[in-house]
Write a protein that binds this ligand. Structure first.
Ligand code: BEZ
Ligand code: FE
Length: 304
């Protein structure tokens, strides 16, 4: 087709995908192209503005490496990550809610035995975590694998330091037969997301603040249960209602108890104030689609 104009171009682009072999990809691309074109029409995008957009995306790509994921930050700050999390983690009442993974999870975190200190030299006030992993009936989820990662007193994750030292304030633990997980770390503090790149400039240009309220990340996996990626937030934090990545759920906010110097849960003594975070995670059983006779339903939904 020739002489395509502003009114016929959308349909022409869609028609060119008529023979796309992957139906799901075709569905996603059809929607993406339709919405992109509708957006350009709605705001009457100028050529200068489009060039600026291309430059922004180019800089976002240039900013990415093994330790810095500017595209994740972009998705998070646009609310897209939390939207995708929310619509893929609808859980029955009583289950712990999911929230964003964020860009600071690493695949090779060190393993620790229950009760150990995962801070590994991270700066901050001592914080003891005492968690349980249960199902919706209150039965312990034994042998759950629990990954933890958090910011230190400077509001930084280990991977943000230039020292390339061993991992700090992150680790992998295994729940005991009672579904208990406990360890020592440092108190997580609120922090601004990295704002020395295009995403930071976008936040500034749109009048937004870059902070996340203090939290600890958890990724919990156990056979027969849906994977749970979530945080526990500290109550009273000033950024709970303005989290830059829209990740706060009321059910994930709790009080982290502060104690004066003295005996600590690991049987030692602290010379400074210390904290205890207690939290009960409730896992959702995974649905076996075939057992539930749902495979056809799911496939049909994808085809539509
Ligand atoms: C985080 O909590 O680690 C995080 C999430 C989204 C963007 C930046 C950081
Ligand atoms: Fe975080």
């Amino acid at each position: 087709m020739r002489n395509i104009d502003e009114y016929t171009i959308t349909q022409e682009v869609l028609d060119r995908m008529a023979n796309a072999p992957d139906r799901r990809l075709k569905q996603i691309m059809t929607s993406l192209i339709s919405h992109l074109h509708a957006f350009a029409r709605e705001v009457r995008l100028t050529e200068e503005e489009w060039l600026q957009g291309i430059q922004f995306l180019t800089e976002t790509g240039h900013m990415c490496d093994a330790k810095r994921q500017e595209f994740v930050l972009l998705s998070d700050t646009l609310g897209l990550s939390m939207l995708v999390v929310a619509q893929n983690n609808r859980k029955p009442a009583g289950c712990t809610e999911a929230t964003v993974l964020g860009p600071f999870h690493v695949a090779d975190a060190p393993r620790y035995a229950l009760g150990q200190d995962i801070a590994n030299g991270a700066v901050g006030r001592p914080c003891f975590v005492q968690a349980t992993i249960k199902d919706r009936d209150g039965s312990p989820v034994a042998a759950a694998t629990v990954e933890v990662w958090q910011s230190d007193a400077e509001g930084l994750y280990d991977v943000q330091y230039k020292d390339n030292a061993a991992h700090r304030a992150r680790g992998v633990l295994r729940a005991d037969d009672m579904g208990r997980v406990y360890f020592k770390s440092v108190l997580a503090e609120a922090y601004p997301i990295p704002s020395d790149g295009p995403v930071g400039r976008m936040l500034k240009a749109t009048g937004r603040q870059p902070w996340r309220p203090a939290h600890m990340h958890f990724k919990i996996e156990a056979p027969g249960f849906e994977r749970l990626i979530t945080h526990v937030f500290r109550d009273g934090d000033q950024y709970l209602d303005s989290d830059v990545v829209f990740g706060v759920r009321s059910s994930l906010i709790t009080h982290w108890d502060e104690y004066p110097p003295g005996p600590t849960p690991d049987g030692k003594e602290s010379v400074e104030n210390f904290y205890i975070l207690r939290f009960d995670f409730v896992m959702n059983k995974s649905v076996c689609l075939e057992e539930a006779g749902l495979t056809e339903v799911v496939n049909d939904a994808h085809d539509r």
